[in-house]
Design a protein. Structure first.
Length: 182
């Protein structure tokens, strides 16, 4: 993949600008490592995926060290071309290198994007509730039962306070009743 290097405009500013020529790297982490070697100490770095063609990119499986890496998305400012700032969106290299997701967001925003390593430690993140309760009508709970304004009890039965309009089905304890859409 090809990337453009960016460097922070001043230590801790959170603003980044293009700082070098395009470079080839097998993934986002490698591109960031190479860029860091060319920037003054104390400045954060970022890389912008190079987009050579139109359309959506194909997924690229992350290399071993790239797997699970988290990045802040930087977006080129509409009123200041060449200056990138964070929008507090996090991209993670899971099923594809985060650079490919950044490509897709570049198409969505209509502006260039870049990635910089996420600063927040994983310990700052709030834990995710293991079995969240359905919070809106027609939601699917972690047990797989579909409810419409109702709830799923621990006995496995489903109750409905209204009609299921999705055309799906509600099942409990191995029995199923299909609902027709309106």
């Amino acid at each position: 993949m090809k990337f453009f290097s960016l460097a922070e405009t001043a230590a801790g500013s959170g603003l980044f600008e293009l700082s070098g020529a395009a470079l080839d790297a097998p993934g986002t982490s490698v591109a960031l490592t190479r860029t860091a070697k060319t920037v003054a100490a104390g400045l954060r770095v970022a890389v912008a995926p190079y987009r050579a063609m139109s359309g959506m990119p194909a997924p690229v499986a992350p290399a071993g060290a790239e797997q699970g890496q988290a990045y802040e998305l930087l977006i080129e400012q509409a009123d200041d071309a060449g200056l990138f700032a964070t929008e507090k969106q996090i991209l993670v290299s899971e099923t594809s290198d985060a650079a490919m997701t950044a490509y897709a967001l570049q198409l969505f925003y209509g502006r260039r994007v870049a990635l910089t390593p996420q600063l927040e430690a994983a310990t700052d993140a709030k834990p995710v509730e293991a079995n969240p309760a359905p919070s809106n009508p027609g939601s699917v709970s972690s047990s797989g039962a579909q409810t419409s304004g109702g709830s799923v009890s621990s006995g496995g039965s489903a109750s409905s306070g209204g009609a299921v309009t999705s055309g799906g089905s509600v099942s409990s304890s191995g029995t199923s009743s299909a609902a027709k859409g309106a």
